[in-house]
Write a new protein. Sequence first.
Length: 309
Amino acid sequence: MIRLPTIAMSPTRAGVLVMLLAMLLFSLNDAIGKWLVSTYSVGQVLLLRSAVALMILVPFLWRRGLSRIISAERPGLQVARVVFSTAEVFCFYWAVYFLPLADVMTYWLAAPIYVAAMSPFLLNERVGPVRWASIALGFVGVIVALTPSAELNPLAIIVSIIGTLAFALMVITGRSLRGTPDITLVFFQIIGALAAGLILAPYGWITPTLPDFFLLGTLGVVAMTAHICVNRAVKLADAATVAPLQYTLLPWAIILGFLFFGELPRLVTLGGAAIIITSSLIIFVREKRSKQASAHQISILEPEPRGSD
């Protein structure tokens, strides 16, 4: 029998790779969503994409047992996470209707900064002076990216900021619910978006064409897979480690925005994004070095086992 070589991978590295995949999927999801909200309401998009995702998830739910899913740990925090995830996706689809894809993505890049800033208070993660300085630098980048322009809708910018905060809180609560199975977290997210869609979809309903219905279904599948990847990533690695990888959304947004919508980002937006990405990378590198130093210190303090001579 021929055995394939196995590659040893630490949980942190696996979390990074899974998060990168999630960001690629989110980019595809966002481009499809922007295409659809130009014709259909945000509520209708939420309803149909969530319904398709739920149908795909049903066999897995049946296998696991609905009673086990409903009786998940820390129900209050589960509800809060559903609220954050629903608000995040609604704000995004609403914002991309009015703003270029790359601009909205840039505002969403601030989420890792919010996560790093809130992690010591909500997750009891240690943040040193260098990371606090990086967080401050990131907020400077946000201010630069938010430089007003006559071409931009100010209400859409405000909605983008709210969505970014909701995304950051969704990541943090996901980290706090690391004991909850991924399928349970995704199920609750889909139910939250489905409920919002049921409430909002009747206003301005347009019956989708067959190609658009296929795109709406694809949107649900891609979004569900992306959320599963995010949930897994924040369980494999610290939130402050994987969250900065969200900056990979920007190059994808520039490419997809230009190819599908003929959009080019503003120079001031790119400048702000560069500052935000620099801040996120500093946080990421600092977190990595801190973990390595802690592991080295533990290995020194631990006594050698008996009989090691």
